[in-house]
Design a protein around this ligand. Structure first.
Ligand SMILES: Cc1ncc(COP(=O)(O)O)c(C=O)c1O
Length: 412
């Protein structure tokens, strides 16, 4: 099957991929951690700073109006990209972590009481665990956990009992460790049937799969710009206008204010009600350019490319290393994203990735901010190679060669 993406051309869009490291080409396999940035994103941010830099929503002069239009234009692009009903439902945050904290701290503190249950899955990133732990400590809420099966899916056998009487069901759309695609609609329906709100951590999903938040039918979704070809320093909280309107502000001051007196304050309209202080303007411009770039590739093609490259990786790595290599998570490419967490023999993941680095292969080792999942998998850490639009079979082969090199280096 021919690749729906012209990866050779795409590689040329990313200046960093021209870099040499340790005398060879840079083989970047850590996009689940952060993606690389195409020149169009870097240029858009540079152009903004060189031509239109000013604070937003305040100035009455030309470049301030341009800056405001750039920020709000980026919001409209993001809104269309995720199928939101209205840009008012798109709140810019610092990252996905801040977006999830906003849900827990602003909505949660206003709506949860001692004994209320919040349902999570065992494969969550710490960003979707720790804010709820804090509410457990602060308010006495109960945390319930949807378990995972041996092949890395969520185990829905007990779902009805777990969501019964719950107030929140919060889960990742795609696992950052196992690549597992979760049954989003099924979980959202279960949450709503039980009278709970549904919160989706879409950090690993939005960069890789066409997203339609209205089709999901959830209440909130969070994701982060830097994993989708955009800059660091900007994330998104999407929420229905209804729930955002009913949620008190999180951080306060600056743009989220309508009026302040010595007695109190009133809040601005959506989405600014949740955007305290000067927003990440250049970062929004960069994110808007990233959205344009991904739209140019076509999200259906992005997904198709990743499914076929993941299939190649699963097949070729298994053929080459057999039982010495354990790739965690679903073995069916259609049920997962291009995140390959693996263990090799009894080599420590950090030792593996140190040798990989000598071969220019960038792979993350560690617990990937998912310690409860690590415990369920029975490992302290994994090595994680993750694929994106600029990766091809040669990159996967380079990873395999690097595994061989590590094996040779550490063999007695
Ligand atoms: C599933 C998931 N959720 C949340 C996050 C947090 O993203 P950020 O660090 O940009 O807030 C990550 C990033 O690693 C992630 O993979």
């Amino acid at each position: 099957m021919s690749d729906p993406l012209d990866v050779a051309a795409i590689k040329k869009d990313f200046p960093i991929l021209e870099r040499e490291v340790h005398g060879g080409r840079l083989i970047y396999l850590d996009s689940a951690n952060t993606s690389q940035k195409p020149r169009v994103v870097l240029d858009a941010m540079q152009r903004y700073y060189e031509q239109s830099n000013a604070n937003v929503h305040r100035g009455t002069y030309l470049i301030a109006e341009e800056a405001t239009a750039a920020l709000e234009g980026a919001r409209a692009k993001v809104s269309r990209f995720i199928g939101a009903a209205n840009p008012r439902e798109v709140v810019f945050t610092k990252n996905a972590t801040e977006a999830l904290n906003l849900v827990a701290k602003a909505w949660g503190r206003a709506n949860l009481r001692a004994g209320d249950a919040v349902v999570l899955t065992e494969l969550e990133h710490h960003a979707n665990i720790v804010p709820w732990h804090q509410l457990h400590d602060e308010l006495g809420i109960e945390l319930r956990w949807i378990p995972i099966t041996r092949n890395g899916h969520v185990d829905l056998t007990d779902l009805d009992r777990l969501v019964d009487g719950a107030k929140v069901v919060s889960f990742a759309a795609m696992s950052n460790v196992l690549g597992t695609l979760l049954p989003v609609e099924r979980l959202v329906t279960a949450a709503h049937d039980a009278g709970a709100i549904a919160v989706i951590d879409a950090s690993q999903f939005v960069p890789h799969v066409a997203t339609d938040v209205q089709a999901w039918g959830a209440d909130f979704a969070a994701f982060t710009g830097h994993k989708m070809c955009g800059p660091t320093g900007i994330g998104v909280l999407w929420g229905t206008a209804e729930i955002l309107d009913a949620t008190p502000p999180f951080l306060t001051g600056g743009e989220m204010i309508l009026n302040v007196t010595k007695e109190g304050f009133t809040t601005n309209e959506l989405p600014w009600k949740f955007e305290a202080g000067t927003p990440p303007i250049a970062e929004a411009v960069g994110l808007g350019a990233a959205v344009d770039y991904l739209n140019g590739l076509g999200m259906a093609a992005v997904r198709e490319h990743e499914v076929s490259l993941t299939a190649y990786a699963l097949r070729s790595l298994k053929e080459r290393f057999g039982d010495a290599l354990t790739i965690h998570g679903p073995c069916e490419p259609a049920e997962r994203g291009g995140v390959l967490s693996f263990s090799y023999g009894d080599l420590h993941p950090h030792d593996l990735t140190q040798v990989f680095d000598e071969h220019g292969v960038c792979v993350r080792a560690g617990h990937h901010c998912a310690k409860p999942l690590m415990r369920e998998l029975g490992v302290a850490a994994t090595a994680r190679a993750s694929l994106y639009v600029y990766n091809d079979e040669a990159d996967v082969d380079a990873l395999a060669d690097a595994i061989d090199a590590a094996d040779a280096f550490f063999s007695p």
